[in-house]
Design a protein around this ligand. Structure first.
Ligand SMILES: [Zn+2]
Length: 175
């Protein structure tokens, strides 16, 4: 049986008995992550096993989540399921992080030697959000007619990342 990983924890204490931990964190608690998703519904599940390796404590496990996204072809909601391994090494400072071998992925603890689950996982989670999510198959796009009208999508979009490529030309000084 996995124990529940506390919201904030001290890895040193976790590494003592080799217990398998599990964390369930609502997506809305990840402040940066939630801004790149289509909704804040759902939660991240992570497993975590702590161990000692030389001078460091290492945590490894898997993250499971279904991202609520918007298909960039048909603009309908879609989910992308993620099941990915992760591994981090805890360090006490940014300086300690810089001298680690490159193969190790550091996370910096706070002044009390603790870290929040949210801070442990957020960067890694962001890496696993597809930049341009699309239904795998064109047939899955529920309203195929809308794929005609990407122009329409641009006019209703929020402007970010959907600029008309010809705008660039307008700004060029063509002599
Ligand atoms: Zn689609």
């Amino acid at each position: 049986m996995a124990k529940t990983l506390p919201e904030r924890f001290n890895p040193d204490l976790m590494a003592r008995d080799g217990t398998r931990y599990e964390a369930m964190v609502p997506i809305r608690e990840f402040e940066r992550l939630r801004t790149i998703l289509a909704s804040n519904d759902g939660e991240v599940r992570a497993t975590a096993v702590f161990s000692r390796r030389k001078d460091h404590i290492v945590v490894g496990g898997r993250i499971h989540v279904a991202w609520p996204l918007e298909c960039q072809r048909c603009l309908e909601p879609m989910t992308v399921a993620i099941d990915e391994p992760y591994e981090f090494v805890f360090v006490e400072s940014e300086r300690a992080a810089r001298v680690l071998p490159e193969a190790l992925d550091p996370v910096v603890l706070d002044e009390n030697g603790q870290i929040r689950v949210v801070d442990l996982l957020e960067d890694e989670l962001i890496l696993h959000v597809p930049a341009i999510p699309k239904h795998d198959d064109l047939a899955e796009c529920t309203d195929a007619e809308r794929s005609f009208g990407e122009v329409e999508a641009e006019s209703t979009g929020d402007g970010e990342g959907r600029r008309n490529p010809f705008d660039v030309l307008k700004n060029l000084n063509l002599h």
